[in-house]
Design a protein around this ligand. Sequence first.
Ligand SMILES: C[S@@+](CC[C@H](N)C(=O)[O-])C[C@H]1O[C@@H](n2cnc3c(N)ncnc32)[C@H](O)[C@@H]1O
Length: 239
Amino acid sequence: MFHPQGPTFAELAQQALSGTTQGYDLLANKFEYTPFRTPDALLEVVQDRIAAQGPVARGVDLCCGTGAGLAHLKQVCTEEVLGVDLSQGMLDVAQARLEQTPGQAKVSLMQSDALDLDLKERFDVLTCFGAFGHILEGEQEERFVQSVHRALRAGGRFVFITSGKPDPLSWRVWAAKAFNASIHARNAVMDPPFHMYYLTFRLPRATELLEAAGFEVHAERGLWQDKFRGAILVQATKR
Ligand SMILES: C[S@@+](CC[C@H](N)C(=O)[O-])C[C@H]1O[C@@H](n2cnc3c(N)ncnc32)[C@H](O)[C@@H]1O
């Protein structure tokens, strides 16, 4: 569908009919060949921006999937890198990737829910890519931000990519809203739920949540061109 080695339409439908975790377990071996994997063109810039602020001892990537972001984080951390994901299938693929990735940091992977972590303020940098659509607006967003806060030391940074407020008249926004409505309808009649929504954790909402939790938010635009030109790099520093 997206790539000869990627999932077929039927396999993607099977993923959406399963719960979020089971769906990713099913998709894991083909995930690299989907557009849902965060592209290296975005991650390389993030890696440079993290490194530009000096050495980082410990980093963690939440919802790490097959390790796209972790592979970059490993190259800027000197001591430890941790990847957290709900899906063991995705973590198994990440494990194989990280063995081949340059970098001196010790790598560990943990199967856990990013909403309820207590990483005891151990980390200097925390990243999360391509996964905000799995976090429901409202109470789950607040739990997620509290998890991030508990993981970082004072002065530590939550680094992620988002985009700005969507144009309410754009057809893309209406298509995204229609998709979200179909997922809500699916979850009203099927268990376990599959949570995947568009238009979430955009800059205005993310800033509001992070400032309320005690972060200072810095957003940078214009770091990418062409199809990524709307992407915004956010670095939120824990006070
Ligand atoms: C679209 S993939 C993105 C993977 C990777 N970060 C990337 O950018 O390529 C989303 C990942 O988030 C994970 N995930 C979803 N909800 C989660 C949660 N509550 N806690 C931990 N992982 C979660 C899924 O298992 C999946 O691996």
